[in-house]
Write a protein that binds this ligand. Structure first.
Ligand SMILES: NC(=O)c1ccc[n+]([C@@H]2O[C@H](COP(=O)([O-])OP(=O)(O)OC[C@H]3O[C@@H](n4cnc5c(N)ncnc54)[C@H](OP(=O)(O)O)[C@@H]3O)[C@@H](O)[C@H]2O)c1
Length: 301
């Protein structure tokens, strides 16, 4: 099935759904999204062909969101992108081919439990952390035996640099997995893993952007302390993290070996690395991944 013929629905149209929608639509070349969620036209000839067109997307938000601030509500952002919107989750379940579930885990299954609806979709993709395939299948088998896929994405999808892993439920075909891969590879990297590893990835890459933002902020603080202006310190700290990550990805070398290369005997860098060790940086980051993974395990129970 070609992605260009699929109608994608979003139940829960907030941060994660918008990251995915934005990533997909920015690839289309019709819009460019700025950090304040405003959009501007881009000449389509200057961009690579995208995976989906705005009219292939249908985003749902509860009516109360519209009533609260109709001009600037969640759905207004989608409308500015040219996507279709509704305040009925039933519309999404009854009219879309592939439905992306992106409400908070505590709102499942209430956000999709409606008596007597005619679920049309052929695939449910859940990005809800901690909600298991078993729980998803229990809900969707009630309706129409809809196959389910559980994905753990991250918000870096917004800038096309996301990390996503997924696990398939019963009766999910290889062709449907290709749709999931194409969807998430359009906004980063994606691979299939056993469900037993999903919460570990939640701790590593789902929550991970927050760890790295904290590190960038702290590096920037260090720069400011040593006399660099804030704007330059943050920009250079962010480029530093991006560059070091590219070294790891492009060379395939172990990070410790790359670190060795920049630690000359008795030099500045090994002196700084000693400070990191005294502050337990590595142990703290390992504990952060563990704590987030354990939290995701608890949420699934
Ligand atoms: N953000 C991340 O970095 C990240 C990473 C990995 C996984 N996830 C997963 O992605 C999911 C969404 O997270 P998020 O950060 O995007 O949350 P979010 O920004 O709060 O988005 C969820 C949206 O769903 C709306 N909503 C509430 N009840 C609804 C209903 N009954 N039907 C339809 N929409 C409803 C919310 O409206 P209100 O604001 O009015 O409640 C909100 O706009 C979560 O399950 C999370 O575990 C997120």
């Amino acid at each position: 099935m070609s992605l260009k013929s699929i109608k994608f629905g979003f139940i829960g149209a907030g941060n994660m759904a918008q990251a995915l929608g934005k990533g997909l639509l920015a690839k289309v070349g019709l819009i460019s999204c700025k950090s304040d969620n405003s959009v501007q036209s881009r000449p389509s000839e200057s961009l690579p062909p995208g995976l989906v067109a705005p009219e292939q997307l249908l985003a749902a938000a509860p009516e109360r969101l519209l009533a609260a601030d109709p001009e600037n509500g969640t759905l207004e952002i989608w409308r500015k992108w040219g996507a279709n919107t509704t305040n009925s989750n039933i519309d999404v379940l009854e009219s879309c081919d592939v439905v992306i579930l992106a409400v908070k885990p505590g709102l499942f299954p209430a956000a999709v439990s409606y008596e007597g609806i005619k679920v049309k979709c052929k695939l449910i993709i859940s990005v809800m952390s901690g909600v298991t395939i078993e729980a998803l299948e229990k809900e969707f088998c009630l309706h129409a035996q809809v196959p389910v896929v559980r994905v753990m994405p991250n918000t870096c999808a917004t800038v096309g640099a996301g990390c996503a892993v997924f696990s398939r439920g019963k009766n999910v075909t290889n062709e449907q997995c290709d749709i999931v891969k194409a969807l998430f590879e359009s906004v980063g990297i994606c691979k299939e893993v056993p469900e037993s590893q999903i919460n570990a990835y939640c701790g590593l890459t789902g929550s991970g952007p927050a760890y790295i933002y904290t590190i960038i902020e702290a590096l920037s603080d260090g720069g400011v302390k040593m006399g660099i202006d804030r704007g330059s310190a943050t920009r250079f700290a962010a480029q530093l993290v991006s560059g070091a990550a590219k070294m790891v990805l492009d060379t395939g070398r172990h990070p410790a070996s790359l670190r060795d290369d920049v630690c000359s005997p008795g030099g500045t860098t090994i002196t700084a690395v000693h400070e990191l060790e005294k502050g337990n940086l590595r142990s703290t980051l390992m504990s952060a991944v563990e704590a987030a993974a354990n939290k995701a395990n608890q949420q699934g129970k």
